[in-house]
Design a protein around this ligand. Structure first.
Ligand SMILES: Cc1cc2nc3c(=O)[nH]c(=O)nc-3n(C[C@H](O)[C@H](O)[C@H](O)COP(=O)(O)OP(=O)(O)OC[C@H]3O[C@@H](n4cnc5c(N)ncnc54)[C@H](O)[C@@H]3O)c2cc1C
Length: 498
């Protein structure tokens, strides 16, 4: 019997950006949607810490592909900028090497050309060719691959003409792809460093991922007023206005399944919420966590995908202005290949630590008390299972020391006495607070055989009525991708559940 769409009950476990997006799209299709979020605030990894007048975004700090968010609001007949006030960040990201080289990205083509020419004399034609090539890859990827549900690899690829497949540079590494356009290490390393967020090194990730750097250059980098959490608040407001019911501080202990069909969810406080006939559960909790904890006992044959690294994040409320640094800076090591190798193969914190610093108060001074700075530091680490001592005080102290030393070597002085507020999240904290599997910051890796139809699908193959949304399912990780993923999951629910 077909259930009337208006009677269809949808429970979404987790109010991360993917969960909110799926909730909005399913509500727009007429379903009754309830989001159950374990924490006090929605947003998931994109959360907020406030202390003594300092406002920190916990996770994401680089907002790109604004068109994805505009599309989400326009699907509901609303205007993005009526809910969120995006501020352009330009120059966007700076890359800094130990030898003093600094490379500033910009979405302004003339500035970018001049900067590339300064870093790599003669690189102008290479940059123009790179932008042209990556723009085609970007358009093809979003129009033909990313934006649809397809589980059959042959059908997935058949959306592309043979010439288009070879243009995607799937069989070439990201580093050699970049090497087609840039000869010196600096631009290659800067654009290749994005690979870390995808869980691979530029020496093994597919060349297709040159679109990450391109997307940021072409569509700009943004900070919503109020920080990234300003975006979450805008999306939460939209969801509530549409009638999505959001219950925070509601932790789900178990997804209840009977005869291979989802029946509802059991809360940690013992309560049971049924989904009724034809109802569905969408889990926004990291897929391997859902499989191993919420659907426990996990099937013997479940093998978790390869995950992206963990992160140790520091939140410093610093008295005064931090001189010599802009909003976004990535500090790169001397031996780039070795650092990736140490992190991903030897499974240790690299000796010459690459890390990222965001001083969001540079763009939105209201994020700190007058004249002060909000500083966020992100250090990539192995996974919890690979380095169990990650949560120890000694490890945190050592990493903090290395970061401060490198900053001061670059003449960016933050004296520990200036740090009025400090919060730290170790990979174990990320796991416990947000359910991130093995402490992995960005979810499943985007290696060649973990993208598109090879990635964990957004529906369960063994439990009818169970769906997934978020970083570890399709299309992948990052705020824009999980928001796009919310639409894809909603389409999947509507097409599969009769
Ligand atoms: C440190 C860091 C920096 C990042 N930087 C960027 C960036 O600059 N730009 C970018 O685009 N992306 C960035 N990302 C990636 C981006 O944050 C994620 O890809 C995206 O936010 C993940 O969204 P999601 O939908 O998978 O949900 P998640 O954020 O994983 O949310 C899942 C939700 O489920 C809830 N939950 C878990 N278990 C339960 C349970 N049992 N019951 C109820 N609720 C539960 C959690 O509390 C959480 O709210 C970063 C991530 C991290 C960690």
């Amino acid at each position: 019997m077909k259930t009337d769409i208006k009677q269809r009950e949808v429970i979404i476990i987790g109010g991360g950006l993917g969960g909110l997006s799926a909730g909005i799209h399913l509500r727009l299709a007429g379903c009754r949607v309830t989001i159950l979020e374990a924490n006090e605030l929605v947003g998931g990894r994109a959360n907020r810490i406030t202390e003594q007048g300092f406002t920190f975004d916990t996770g994401p700090s680089l907002l790109n592909y604004p068109w994805v968010f505009e599309d989400l609001f326009s699907a509901a007949g609303k205007r993005f900028t009526d809910y969120v006030e995006p501020i352009a960040v330009d120059p966007s990201v700076s890359f800094q090497w130990r030898d003093g080289t600094r490379f500033n990205l910009s979405s302004n083509l003339q500035s970018l050309l001049a900067e590339c020419e300064r870093i790599e004399p003669g690189s102008r034609p290479g940059l123009l060719a790179f932008l042209h090539d990556a723009s085609i890859k970007y358009r093809m990827s979003f129009e033909k691959l990313v934006n649809r549900n397809e589980d059959n690899p042959l059908k997935w690829f058949s959306a592309l003409a043979p010439g288009e497949i070879s243009r995607l540079s799937i069989w070439r590494s990201l580093d050699s792809e970049l090497g087609r356009f840039f000869k010196k290490r600096y631009i290659r390393e800067a654009f290749g460093s994005y690979g870390m967020y995808l869980g691979g090194s530029p020496y093994d990730l597919p060349g297709l991922f040159s679109i990450l750097a391109y997307g940021e250059l072409a569509y700009g980098l943004w900070l919503p007023k109020g920080g990234i959490y300003g975006l979450v608040e805008g999306i939460e407001r939209l969801a509530r206005e549409l009638g999505v019911e959001i219950r925070t501080s509601h932790r789900v202990a178990r997804i209840v399944v009977e005869q291979r069909r989802v029946k509802g969810v059991e809360l940690q406080d013992g309560g049971f919420i049924p989904v009724g006939q034809g109802g569905v559960v969408v889990s926004n909790v990291d897929v391997p966590t859902t499989e191993t904890e919420l659907l426990a006992p996990a099937p013997a044959r479940y093998s978790a995908p390869r995950m992206t690294p963990g992160v140790m994040t520091f939140y410093w409320g610093v008295r005064g202005k931090v001189e010599g640094i802009g909003h976004h800076t990535i500090f790169l090591p001397d031996d780039f290949r070795r650092a990736f190798n140490e992190l991903l193969t030897e499974k240790k914190i690299p000796e010459d630590l690459p890390f990222y610093v965001s001083v969001a108060s540079e763009t939105d001074p209201d994020l700190a008390p007058p004249g002060d700075s909000t500083v966020f530091v992100l250090v990539p680490t192995p996974l919890l299972s690979e380095m169990p001592e990650l949560g120890k005080v000694q490890t945190v102290d050592k990493v903090r020391r290395v970061v401060l030393d490198r900053l001061s070597a670059e003449r960016i002085v933050i004296d520990p006495s200036q740090i009025a507020v400090e919060r730290v999240l170790t990979p174990e904290d990320w796991r416990r607070r947000f359910g991130l599997y093995d402490g992995s910051a960005f979810g499943s890796a985007h290696t060649l055989f973990q993208v598109g139809p090879f990635r964990s699908p957004n529906f369960s193959r063994r439990v009818e009525g169970l769906f997934f949304v978020g970083a570890s399912t399709t299309p992948g990780t990052g705020m824009p991708m999980v928001v796009l993923g919310g639409k894809l999951t909603a389409e999947r629910v509507l097409e599969r559940v009769r």
